[in-house]
Design a protein around this ligand. Structure first.
Ligand SMILES: Nc1ncnc2c1ncn2[C@@H]1O[C@H](COP(=O)(O)OP(=O)(O)OP(=O)(O)O)[C@@H](O)[C@H]1O
Ligand SMILES: [Mg+2]
Length: 253
């Protein structure tokens, strides 16, 4: 029996232009659960994340995406966001002329369905920034413009905490971080993690999974989930690489 209070991905096929990339992927993420997706470069992880969020470059050619019973397969990206979905991107864009404070205030207003009072919102933002250990001057900078890798990731976590979506897809939020920044980001994700929130964490490393412990680990290869398991699967991959999966698949045949 399917628990429809979830981010429910059913037999999803995704293409970019004419190129099929994801071939029949199914996954259910319930509130409270942390799922990690690992997999070699080019296996389709970001494609999945982008298609879930409704990126116009990616077409769902077959299958469905449901958020808490609502079919959002054909919805626009902003409707998906309002339905409770959030994506942090592997390569976030720079947006000159838009301050972080304004951007977050407008996005929070869109998600919450009411305009946010600038003074009250500024207080909320300052508190979250203090908790995340980011400098107050950060709020007046333009989005990602001249940001270091670590600063971009902190902004993503700040966005996550302010927007407070039901389901968060985090695409390599841990890449390129020094140990201290990794801790900050991991603590931010842990603060977000609750029985009400579902998390899909795409990562190449087991490190972050030591802080944000996954309930399920899935390995993607060639546009499919080829193996699922618990947190130990991530450790096994880190130790032995993806050849383990190829060997397992060969033995299964
Ligand atoms: N817009 C696009 N147009 C054409 N091909 C694309 C497009 N987006 C992705 N691809 C191709 O689809 C495949 C999967 O790419 P994707 O970015 O999803 O991989 P990934 O698993 O996220 O890899 P990485 O671990 O390197 O981030 C790659 O071969 C990539 O070149
Ligand atoms: Mg990727």
């Amino acid at each position: 029996m399917i628990n429809f209070v979830s981010l429910y991905i059913q037999n999803l096929h995704i293409s970019a232009g004419d190129k099929p990339i994801v071939h029949g992927l199914s996954l259910e993420i319930k509130p409270g659960e942390v799922h990690a997706i690992m997999g070699p470069n080019g296996s389709g992880k970001s494609t999945l994340a982008n298609a879930l969020m409704g990126h116009p470059k990616y077409t769902v050619t077959k299958g469905k995406i449901l958020i808490d019973k609502k079919d959002i397969t054909k919805e626009s990206a902003d409707k998906r966001a309002r339905a409770g979905l959030f994506l942090s991107m592997q390569y976030p864009p720079e947006i000159p002329g838009v301050s972080i404070a304004n951007f977050l205030r407008l996005s929070a207003g869109a998600m919450r369905g009411t305009n946010q009072n600038p003074i009250t919102f500024h207080k909320e933002l300052s508190e979250q920034m203090k908790e995340l250990g980011v400098d107050p001057s950060f709020a007046s900078r333009h989005i990602n413009l001249g940001f270091s890798g670590g600063e971009r990731k902190r902004l993503e976590i700040l966005q996550l905490l302010i927007l407070n979506p039901t389901y968060a897809i985090l695409d390599e939020t841990d890449s390129g971080l020094d140990v201290d920044a990794l801790k900050v980001v991991a603590e931010g994700i842990s603060r977000f993690h609750s029985p009400k929130h579902g998390i899909l964490l795409i990562t190449h490393y087991n490190r972050i999974l030591e802080y944000v412990v996954p309930d399920f680990v899935h390995i993607m290869s060639g546009g499919e989930i080829v193996k699922s398991g618990g947190k130990d699967l991530a450790k096994e991959i880190e130790k032995s690489g993806y050849s383990v999966i190829a060997r397992n698949a060969a033995t299964a045949k």
